[in-house]
Design a protein around this ligand. Structure first.
Ligand SMILES: Cc1cc2nc3c(=O)[nH]c(=O)nc-3n(C[C@H](O)[C@H](O)[C@H](O)COP(=O)(O)OP(=O)(O)OC[C@H]3O[C@@H](n4cnc5c(N)ncnc54)[C@H](O)[C@@H]3O)c2cc1C
Length: 382
């Protein structure tokens, strides 16, 4: 067993770390305060090749692997978790779905610009009545000659509000095409700007305020049959397959945030003097730091293992769920302890730990809640 990173993975880590320290971290608070999308940062991420790390060069990527991709997501999230979230959705979920299940024509048309970071992708699974129970989708797609006609509403959709978002991949219910067939859930590529596809409200969120989260409304939205993605009747399974990678990505985001909590808390605990000495000298504080450092490293090892299994085409359903569940729960604790170590200053927006605390909670919800991860794990144990 070799735990060392490859030369390329080291290079990705160093490049992303430098970019975060020089550009990203100092802008995160401003984004949160204004809600403005940092288009200039997104462009620089594209120029650095971040969106296409795991895809072959012929499809606009850099021919790297999922381990390298997740190291990049961790490092970006140390500076700003919303940008880790952007990479999760556009690369781990949407671009991967196009790469694995798309036709050659779909890859050429949609994947290549996305892997190059020229366009950004969104996926639409969640609906008002279909959250954890994503199979309860009510959105419908009806075949009409050379088109599919889509009706329904998707909610909480990340990235679609960005100016350079090109499409949303949605799940929709389709009627039986032949006698004896059952209703199916299939996936469709809906380009932004298609008549009948509009964005509803931009959500007012407690954090991730400069991540573009919107409602998507489809009213007699007509797309060509060539926008059908993957195999008939396999749409839901396809989506769940790429969401497995999304879970590794959320774990990497959580680890990036935990690392940020640790660095801020260590610095503060060494500087803050009470009772005549730095508070790090108090065991109550240093034990919190010890637990935080240990949980960060364990969660990191878990997401790296899940990504390694994926790169080696080995099953990783359980490992992705372990990584997502453990990292997101430990991240919430780390953010709470970081806040506690900062005392009253932790409540002040001028201290980054206040943002870390607000950002940590969402990681237990997206890409399957903690309860859903426990369901996945317990079902696999059975
Ligand atoms: C900021 C943000 C961004 C998002 N981005 C996207 C996106 O890009 N695309 C997309 O499709 N979705 C997106 N989502 C939706 C997200 O995936 C869902 O919010 C999540 O899956 C949970 O669904 P829900 O909110 O409807 O909660 P519900 O499913 O209603 O769950 C409510 C509670 O009940 C629990 N629960 C539900 N079922 C069970 C069960 N069987 N056993 C035990 N407990 C259960 C849940 O764990 C939770 O605690 C986003 C959400 C947010 C907040």
């Amino acid at each position: 067993m070799d735990f060392r990173l490859s030369e390329e993975q080291e290079m990705i880590r160093n490049m992303t770390r430098k970019f975060v320290d020089e550009v990203v971290a100092s802008r995160a608070e401003e984004g949160e305060a204004t809600g403005e999308y940092p288009y200039d940062i997104i462009k620089q991420m594209a120029d650095l090749g971040m969106m296409g790390i795991p895809f072959p060069q012929e499809y606009g990527g850099s021919g790297g692997d999922w381990l390298g991709m997740h190291i990049c997501i961790e490092e970006m999230s140390r500076g700003d978790t919303t940008l880790g979230g952007l990479l999760d959705v556009t690369t781990s979920v949407v671009a991967q779905e196009l790469y694995v299940f798309g036709t050659e024509e779909q890859r050429q048309k949609w994947l290549i610009p996305m892997a190059r970071g020229k366009t950004i992708g969104a996926f639409g699974l969640t609906e008002p009545g279909a959250g954890s129970d994503a199979g309860a989708t009510k959105t419908t797609a009806v075949r009409d000659g050379g088109s599919w006609v889509i009706n329904g509403t998707k909610q909480f959709i990340t990235n679609i509000g960005l100016d350079n978002a090109s499409l949303v991949i949605i799940t929709a219910r389709t009627k039986a095409q032949k006698p004896g067939e059952k209703e199916q859930i299939n996936t469709f590529i809906v380009p932004k700007g298609t008549p009948g596809f509009s964005l509803g409200k931009k959500y007012d969120k407690m954090a991730w305020r400069h991540s573009a989260t919107h409602e998507c409304i489809f009213e007699d939205c007509r797309i060509p049959v060539s926008n059908f993605l993957g195999k008939e009747g396999r749409g839901f399974a396809q989506h769940l397959a790429v969401l497995e990678t999304g879970r590794i990505s959320v774990a990497a985001i959580a680890v990036g945030l935990m690392q940020a909590c640790l660095e801020a808390s260590l610095k503060y605990a060494k500087e803050r003097v009470q009772f005549g000495q730095p508070i790090i000298n108090f065991q109550a504080i240093s034990f919190k730091l010890a637990d935080m450092a240990m949980a960060t490293e364990l969660a990191r090892n878990m997401y790296l293992k899940a990504a390694w299994l994926k790169d080696n085409r080995l099953p990783h359903t359980l490992e992705a769920a372990y990584a997502k569940l453990y990292a997101s729960e430990m991240c919430e604790k780390a953010a709470s302890d970081a806040y506690q170590i900062h005392g009253g200053y932790g409540f002040m927006n001028e201290y980054a730990v206040s943002r870390y605390y607000r950002h940590a909670k969402i990681l237990q919800i997206v890409e399957g809640t903690s309860e859903v991860q426990r369901l996945v794990i317990s079902r696999n144990l059975k």
